[in-house]
Write a protein that binds this ligand. Structure first.
Ligand code: NI
Ligand code: MN
Length: 226
């Protein structure tokens, strides 16, 4: 799968002939230098929860591309009121769309929309089709619920996990999460964007390596194939 890192927890992933944008926070990210939100293509915009650092550019990208916005019921309907096309889901639910199947899974975090509206319960997504399966965790702590993923979804080829600590799990807990989700190829995100989540990237990579796991940290704007 072709994966482009847009900074923080934002990714653009090509899957089943469609372009999926996850948690777009580009225009407000001090580390993003040369990605113009207007140029970001999407057929779907997926939002893990309502926090500003995950939804800031969602409306613009969804409207520019006439993309379908997928999130929990509360976040999705908030965007529907702004005129976006939505597909609401909630925890434990899976649905087959034209690019593959998605399942909305638990996250241990909080969720409120930028104007203070209740943002439902936060989640992550597991997505699969014939070409592979991956987990986009969103913002979450390490949680036993991650063990449900290998019990209820196809084998993961890779997972996108937050590793920046403070607001989510740090890389030490992400290493434990690998065992829970039965996947040793991790793309790390949600680090360095703000002083609270600055992280020693070399230490994180070494810790993963010592545990026999792989931590991939793409540069902002970089496209990788996993
Ligand atoms: Ni958050
Ligand atoms: Mn966040």
């Amino acid at each position: 799968m072709e994966i482009r890192y847009l900074g923080h927890a934002s990714f653009q992933i090509k899957m089943g002939g469609k372009t999926l944008v996850f948690d777009p926070f580009i225009s407000g990210n001090p580390l993003v230098k040369d990605i113009d939100v207007k140029s970001v293509k999407a057929d779907y915009v997926l939002l893990s929860h309502g926090h500003q650092d995950h939804v800031l550019d969602a409306e613009e990208i969804a409207k520019n591309n006439e993309a379908t916005l997928i999130s929990n019921y509360e976040v999705a309907t908030w965007y529907q009121e702004k005129g976006c096309t939505i597909y609401p889901v909630n925890h434990g639910g899976k649905v087959e769309l034209d690019f593959g199947t998605i399942k909305y899974v638990n996250a241990v975090h909080s969720s409120v929309l930028p104007d203070g509206t209740y943002g439902g319960n936060p989640g992550g997504f597991v997505l699969w089709n014939d070409s592979g399966c991956f987990y986009f965790a969103g913002d979450t702590a390490l949680t036993w619920d991650m063990k449900l993923i290998p019990m209820t979804c196809p084998k993961l080829d890779f997972a996108i996990l937050p590793i920046g600590d403070n607001f989510t799990m740090g890389y030490e807990d992400a290493i434990i999460a690998c065992d829970f989700i039965e996947c040793n190829k991790i793309i790390g995100c949600h680090y360095d964007t703000f002083p609270y989540i600055e992280m020693d990237k070399e230490a994180a990579k070494k810790a993963f390596e010592a545990a026999g796991k792989e931590l991939i940290l793409p540069a902002i704007g970089e496209t990788i194939n996993v």
